[in-house]
Design a protein around this ligand. Sequence first.
Ligand SMILES: C/C(=N\NC(=N)NO)c1ccc(NC(=O)c2cc3cccc([N+](=O)[O-])c3[nH]2)cc1
Length: 323
Amino acid sequence: DKVPKEISQKYYISRILGQGACGIVKLVYNKTACTKHAMKVIKKSRLTNGQLNHLNNPAKIMNEINIMKALRHPCIISTEEVFDSCDAVYIVLELMQGGELFDRITKLGKLPERLTKFLFRQMVLAVKYLHSQGITHRDLKPENVLLESKEEETIVKITDFGLSKFVGEDSFMKTMCGTPLYLAPEVLRGNGLNCYGPEVDVWSLGVILFVCLVGYLPFSSDYKEISLRDQILSGKYRFSHSHWQHVSLQAKLLMKKMLTVRVERRITLEQILNHAWMQDVDIIIRTERLLSQEALKEKVYLTQSSTNSDEENINIDNVTVLR
Ligand SMILES: C/C(=N\NC(=N)NO)c1ccc(NC(=O)c2cc3cccc([N+](=O)[O-])c3[nH]2)cc1
């Protein structure tokens, strides 16, 4: 539908790249710089019976964008530019031509263990960085893990900070939206206070690791014996030997420590990086090299990017508020 002219003046809007729960992602071309980008369009919620629906209320979207703009890591998606119009927010981002990790797992059925280790180490480093900035992602899933290229061994970037929280804030569970396939038990339990910490991201990473290694979900409503909620609360995941026999013992041991119901016993990100399964020198060297190259690229770009101040729009620190 109609895109504000400030955007169509600067960008040529091309095809749809992905369809998320909270909006679509389109391929756009910057007309002057002749560069390609992704543009996520997040519709602002209508006022339904007088109150903003919790998902896409403007304040929450701007909170997310401020979080994204504050972050700088090779494995966290970076925003190019943001246009805030009355009924939608347009976020111009780097192009991630490898698409979503979800689609690569679906296409291949599952990932080879070595490739999983390569990609998983980057996800752990990204989440470790998030936590060092006082942010809990809270919605880690393969749909929110993007791949930079179609190469097998490529850079991973985390996205969709729609549910992210600065851990300092009240971490009351505001939205129980979507199915809890990747949700930690302490969030589901919601014992009154609903308070929970960054460890929820370790649980979600554990579910992602599980799906990468064997191509099926550890907890699912397809498993009729017990409810999804009870599967998660008991930490009883489906362990089909035919799938797991090709997976190394160390990977299984790490998995078990991540999908630990008791928060105080769950493995930490630091311990994951020091776990035996992660001590693969070749993988460590290749991920470190890839990430330092990416970080360097980021620096070079920043020194080049010009500050454009259009008189008719307020352009503070590359958020253009459209009149
Ligand atoms: C910020 C954000 N979501 N925030 C949100 N939903 N808040 O509620 C967000 C979510 C998803 C994406 N996705 C992409 O950038 C993205 C998806 C995809 C699929 C095929 C190909 C590409 N591509 O860039 O080539 C893709 N990019 C980018 C940003």
